[in-house]
Design a protein around this ligand. Structure first.
Ligand SMILES: Nc1ncnc2c1ncn2[C@@H]1O[C@H](COP(=O)(O)OP(=O)(O)O)[C@@H](O)[C@H]1O
Ligand SMILES: [Mg+2]
Length: 248
């Protein structure tokens, strides 16, 4: 589904990502951990095609096509979707109207999902204007549901969300990623950024990565990596990474 090779990215003349390699197969969901400022949002904004993220080296392939220089709207049409960490408010545009424009599923389905999310009252509101942290996350999730992309990225879908809604959002992400189907029937893939393990109780993830200082410092089993971070912090992962580098 997605293959990133030797990717280096600059934002405003500052190198943020260095030599990132990542491969996500059809049916897989990966999680990206990392301290604040590591470059996590930059990585998924680059995959989406944000013009501020300048690729200085390497390539991004999606469904076998080189999308490295492709504009953001073409990537969206090809089937890449991103639920943003901090999306802007859009005064004058009702959420309902935005959803109708981007929708690839029937309006009835969107209404049903809005109901499941306890979010029907917000359809007539302006997009993200005056929304609380948790409401913004639901608005983003509903937009992803409407777009129905094959590859979904969620940038901290759980930050600022209360415990009950983390469970709800987690269950819905798991469903969107078709993790409630048997492996042979899964056609979607995803990349999720989170700081907290709580949401991962509800989402089946296949693989985890730690991004540190713009570099993927470790990849492996989500449980093992999460437990290490919770127990010892990122410090231990970074020391381990440095040791592995010294050992070649
Ligand atoms: N517009 C910008 N101009 C300069 N630096 C930026 C800009 N946006 C992000 N950065 C820097 O890029 C680094 C990575 O940011 P980000 O990808 O948001 O990290 P994360 O999502 O892991 O917390 C940070 O040091 C941040 O300050
Ligand atoms: Mg971020």
């Amino acid at each position: 589904m997605l293959s990133i090779e030797n990717l280096s990215v600059k934002v405003e003349d500052k190198v943020i990502l260095r030599d990132v390699n990542l491969r996500i197969n059809v049916g897989e969901a990966h999680v990206l951990f990392g301290p604040n400022g590591a470059g996590k949002s930059t990585l998924i904004n680059t995959i989406m095609g944000h013009p501020r993220c300048k690729v200085v080296e390497g390539s991004i392939y999606f469904k076998g096509r080189d999308i490295t220089d492709m504009p953001i709207d073409e990537r969206a049409r090809l089937g890449i979707g991103l639920a943003y960490q901090n999306p802007p408010g859009i005064p004058g545009v009702k959420l309902k109207d935005l959803l109708k424009i981007i929708a690839k599923v029937d309006w009835e389905e969107i209404e049903r999902m809005a109901e499941i999310l306890n979010f029907k009252d917000f359809l007539d509101r302006e997009v993200n204007v005056g929304f609380s942290g948790g409401e913004v996350k639901k608005s983003e999730l509903l937009q992803i549901f409407a777009q129905n992309p094959d590859f979904m990225m969620f940038d901290e879908p759980d930050s600022g969300v209360d415990v009950e809604n983390v469970k709800l959002i987690g269950h819905i992400i798991n469903h969107l990623l078709e993790k409630d189907r048997k492996p042979a029937d899964r056609r979607k893939s995803g990349l999720i950024i989170t700081h907290m393990g709580h949401i991962l109780k509800f989402i089946h993830v296949d693989r985890a990565h730690i991004l540190y200082n713009g570099v993927i410092a470790c990849s492996g089993s989500p449980e093992e990596i999460l437990n290490t971070i919770i127990k010892y912090g990122y410090e231990r992962c970074i020391k381990c990474y440095q040791k592995r580098r010294q050992n070649g």
